[in-house]
Design a protein around this ligand. Structure first.
Ligand SMILES: [Zn+2]
Length: 157
């Protein structure tokens, strides 16, 4: 099945309400909406669905703010760790991560996933995410083609 929001082919899609419109979306995009209740599903008819689809404007989605990893995450991590006056090894132990993970984070070779970002933010008392509108994300990543799927992955919490 094809996700009606990001267009990705997915083995299974979920029916959710996004901006008042019922859409069949992938599990990533499902986070943008609320699940369709049984009552709503009953009310739906193919005709209504078609009308809804016409009314649906992807532009609205593109104006939603998303959390993305800051560009200078490696510097922020390194500086915060040094302020705490602990080594990469010690910091790794504290986070239950290998030294090499901390090292790669600080050299920018590794982009932390959301779980790790949260862990780092808590341990270091810093922010590693910024809220951006997807249009601003485009500007920031000029040249790099970002799909809404990427944005959702970035915003994933
Ligand atoms: Zn999708």
């Amino acid at each position: 099945m094809i996700c009606e929001l990001c267009g990705t082919e997915f083995p299974k899609t979920k029916r959710v309400i996004i901006e008042g419109t019922a859409l069949n979306v992938c599990s990533n995009c499902a986070k943008f909406g609320t699940p369709v209740t049984k009552e709503q599903a009953r009310k739906e008819s193919p005709v209504l669905q078609r009308l809804e689809r016409k009314r649906y404007r992807p532009r609205d989605i593109y104006e939603r703010e998303v959390d993305i990893l800051v560009r200078d995450f490696s510097t922020r991590i390194r500086e915060a760790r040094m302020r705490m006056d602990i080594s990469q090894e010690e910091f790794g132990k504290q986070l239950n991560e290998k030294w090499s993970v901390i090292n790669k984070l600080e050299t920018g070779d590794l982009r932390p996933d959301d779980k790790l970002v949260t862990k780092l933010e808590r341990a270091l008392g810093i922010t590693l995410r910024e809220k951006l509108k997807p249009t601003e994300v485009e500007k920031k990543t000029a040249g790099k083609a970002l799909t809404i799927g990427d944005l959702i992955r970035e915003a994933n919490e």
